[in-house]
Design a binder for this molecule. Structure first.
Ligand code: SME
Length: 160
């Protein structure tokens, strides 16, 4: 019974992502402005999944920091140093990270004490350089898995 519930939940999530990617593709294909497109992606993700905080941090090369970009959710930290926090690690390693329990992650930056788990996905330009990260926080533990990673990586490719 438990296994069936899990399979259904996962299929449902995939279906939501499939629809969201179609909507995002339609909206983003007619607009080239990065900030506008990031803003609409956060809105689509918030409408579809309702997670606690969804937003982009963009690479500020001069300052060697991430700077807060378009987001949906409560007030957040504005600047993150290279390698600091989950976002800074994902920027440095160019690899998606899934954190099941942020309180057990030594390098995590707590912008809100309500955040319990998170996923951070690198955003690359056409040359493969990381230009931003997509950070999603949940107020529940272990919200994100490989299905989220796979679809969110597809989704941010629409920003190229
Ligand atoms: N938790 C992130 C910081 C950004 S906020 O959660 C919005 C991190 O550890 O990098």
């Amino acid at each position: 019974m438990h296994a069936v519930t899990l399979i259904d939940a996962s299929a449902n999530k995939s279906e939501k992502y499939e629809l969201l990617i179609k909507q995002a593709d339609a909206i983003l294909s007619s607009e080239s402005d990065l900030i506008a497109n990031m803003a609409n992606l956060t809105a689509l993700l918030k409408d579809t999944f309702g997670w606690f905080w969804i937003g982009f941090y963009r690479v500020d090369s001069k300052a060697n920091q991430l700077i807060l970009g378009p987001f949906q959710g409560p007030l957040a930290c504005t600047r993150i140093d290279h390698g600091r926090g989950v976002c800074g690690e994902v920027w440095a390693t160019a690899t998606t990270q899934i954190v099941a329990d942020v309180n057990a992650h030594p390098n995590h930056i707590a912008c809100s004490s309500l955040s319990q788990s998170e996923i951070v996905v690198p955003v690359r330009n056409k040359d493969g350089e990381v230009i931003a990260v997509l950070d999603i926080d949940s107020d529940e533990l272990a919200t994100f898995d490989e299905v989220d990673a796979e679809y969110l990586e597809q989704l941010v490719q629409l920003l190229r």
